[in-house]
Write a protein of this length. Sequence first.
Length: 430
Amino acid sequence: MRLRLTLWFVFGVVIIAVVGALGTYSVLGRQLRGDLDSHLLQQLNHYQQVVGSATDAETLAAATESYLSSPQSNSLRQGAYVFSLQTEDGTVVTNSNELRLEDLASTQTLIDSGEFFLLDIPLNDRPYRVAGTPVMSAGEQVGAVEIAASLAGINDTLRRLLMLLAVGGALGCIVVGLGSWILLGRALDPVRRITRTAAAISHEDLSRRIEYSGPRDEIGELALTMDAMLDRLQSAFAAQEQFISDASHELRTPITIMKGHLQVLDRQESPDPAFVKQEHELVLDELDRMNRLVADLLTLARATRVDFLRKEDIALAGFLQSLVAQGPHLGERSWRIDSIPVGSVRADQDRLTQVFLNLMQNAVQHTGEGQVVALGGSREPGSVTLWVRDEGEGMSEATLEHVFERFYRSAHKKDSGAGLGLAIVEAIVE
């Protein structure tokens, strides 16, 4: 990509340089030719003024010879202009013995038609700009005058300009190419780092990051997006590994228990039906516990997914009242509502119910029969606070530090669960 972009930049500069050079060459060429044409016309007008008193071909020739020998024609000599007059009787007056303008085909046409002309004509294999006009006296043409100027100076100037533009364009292309190569190298460095990082990433090591520190342009956004994606991948892999670790750790115990009961039955040659039924019930209890454990583990694993929650508007009054109505099924406690915030809240009702049932079950485990377990809430600008309150003995400082950890069980004798309830509550709330 770096090479392709550099070549495209250089190609664009070449196109611009060629168009600019051709435009400059064309404009300057027209301007130089226009200046030369203006000088030729000035010389013709000056000559016409000088010989304006001539009445016939003879006096015109005499006046022309006088003009060419006088200081009035200094501008012709300074500009190296070739001058030629041909009268109607065939007399030729010129300031050049090498270039004979009177022999040109355009001269004869001028004499015959009397029409002004301005042409590029080669003379002695060299380019000239020739201007010709009739000389009139008393409304009649008595001759034709022509002035020629060499185009070699203009052509040399244009040729040098073209060479300078070519050299400058080539140097410009080299500079742009090198500059583009260096700048693109710096700009694409995050892309190379992304490639190297992606190649180095494996499921054993997802900690590598791009760590881009440049401007927040498209490349910067790509690097930051890549880092964010790697964060999500690492979280997903961590959740997967945590799930596998938790499942293998917690399922080992009920599987071992069931295996032990089944082995006991295998050793019985004639087992007592009552004993078989007892062992059967124990195995079913362990299977139920395994089923609940797997459901809890799946809830924790899915809590990091973006589609875990399906939010809707929940009327807080009806929600809290329905939860309190379920309280007696959890335990004989004094269930009540402290306060009900007005309005509704946007949340996943099933998951929020799961949170409260876990907290209510936890409150039941740590209170006695008849003690108060209360639900309530309050609304503040921009937020709603909901709670479950009980009058139990509370938790120690050591327990508070670990209460939301997976599989943590306090020393309380009533803590007989798997230790996932409050971990699920935290995952859903977060």
